[in-house]
Design a protein around this ligand. Structure first.
Ligand SMILES: *Cc1c(COP(=O)(O)O)cnc(C)c1O
Length: 356
């Protein structure tokens, strides 16, 4: 019996993808499955995403893993390539590449080939991409290349009060959309938050990631009810102990018992991906009841106050999942669901609930 496990419900991913489609009827979906599909297992997830029009990963190595795993859906590499070797590898793997820099334009022109390219514009993210005012020149330099389309990325779409998304859109509408349209190129913009909150960011293509895994990108969990969370992180209780009044629990003794008490020791720690930063008192579910964390999270173990509950070694504790949203755990750890999902370590066993 595995001690520490993530269980991935592939059915819920399929259902989330269906929900994504319902929000953007007639649009094309580039499903983002970078970072091992946000910790869910890229090949397994890609296999149930057959209805996506394309997949996106960050790096060539990730695309390679998908091709080796038998995935033949179009795959876009969001970081594009760095050198000639990567470019020829991309060609062999039949990938689409983002082109976001002058260095990459040179590579594509010098080692010219027919790899489909997505031209990336920096409309305000301030990370990768060409400045909007340079687009005419870049189009000129890319003349003769096989263009898949044009894309940009939103930096503030999860902040519903920010005017930044509207400003990014304005820049794109004024300076980019007309030139793309003139060239018959499709545009690709909305991430999960854009799709859910900013209708005008829904262009020819959408590019959702997080919501495919049933998680809301918003701190107020907006839209959560329409999504099905797909990951359950669980671990075994390995000891149930009585502690005397005045004893301390764990490293640094940050928790002291106020009276005699019972704790369960659970086989999960920061080396599994449970956040060390999480506040004491944060809930862990055992037998469907919330029990508060006591003491520091250590490498392999955490402790919870079990009161009078009848809990035994071997019982299963849920660290996050359906009835304990990862968004809540993220907030209590002062982080975001993305870091928790991608921080599950290789020591943790992955189980899959299959699509019938
Ligand atoms: C990760 C990523 C996405 C997906 O974002 P979500 O917030 O997970 O929906 C889209 N586009 C780019 C360029 C990304 O890096």
């Amino acid at each position: 019996m595995n001690r520490t496990t993530v269980t991935i419900d592939l059915k819920s991913i399929v259902s989330n993808l269906r929900y994504v489609r319902s929000l953007a009827p007639g649009k094309k979906i580039m499903a983002v499955i970078k970072a091992d599909a946000y910790g869910h297992g890229a090949v397994r997830v890609a296999k149930v995403m057959e209805s996506a029009d394309a997949l996106a990963v960050a790096r060539i190595e990730e695309a390679n893993e998908l091709r080796v795993g038998g995935i033949d859906t179009p795959i876009c590499v969001l970081e594009g390539v760095l050198n000639k070797e990567e470019l020829s590898r991309a060609r062999e793997l039949d990938l689409q590449l983002v082109v976001h820099s002058s260095h990459q334009v040179d590579l594509h022109n010098k080692f010219g080939d027919s790899v489909p390219l997505w031209l990336k514009i920096d409309s305000g993210m301030g990370r990768l991409g060409f400045h909007p005012e340079d687009i005419t020149e870049v189009f000129e330099r890319l003349r003769g290349q096989n263009m898949a389309g044009v894309m940009s990325h939103l930096s503030h779409a999860d902040d519903v009060r920010s005017d930044k998304t509207a400003r990014q859109l304005k820049i794109l509408e004024d300076q980019i959309f007309p030139l793309s349209r003139e060239r018959g190129l499709e545009f690709n913009l909305a991430n999960s938050a854009g799709l859910l909150e900013w209708e005008d960011t829904i262009t020819d293509w959408i590019r959702p990631g997080l919501m495919l895994y049933g998680i809301s990108p918003f701190t107020d969990l907006k839209s959560r009810d329409d999504l099905q969370s797909s990951m359950t992180f669980s671990a075994r209780v390995i000891a149930v102990r009585g502690l005397r009044k005045g004893q301390s629990v764990g490293y640094g003794g940050i928790y002291k018992t106020k009276e005699d008490m019972r704790i369960a020791v659970i086989a999960a720690g920061y080396a599994d991906g449970y956040p060390r930063e999480i506040k004491q008192g944060s809930p862990v579910l055992i037998n469907k009841k919330r029990m508060p964390l006591v003491g520091r999270v250590s490498m392999d173990l955490i402790c919870v106050d079990i009161g009078e509950e009848n809990i035994r070694p071997g019982d299963q504790a849920i660290l996050w999942g359906d009835s304990l949203p990862i968004e809540e755990v993220a907030k209590l750890s002062e982080t975001i669901p993305y870091t928790l999902l991608t921080g599950i370590s290789s020591r943790v066993t992955r189980n899959y609930q299959l699509v019938e």
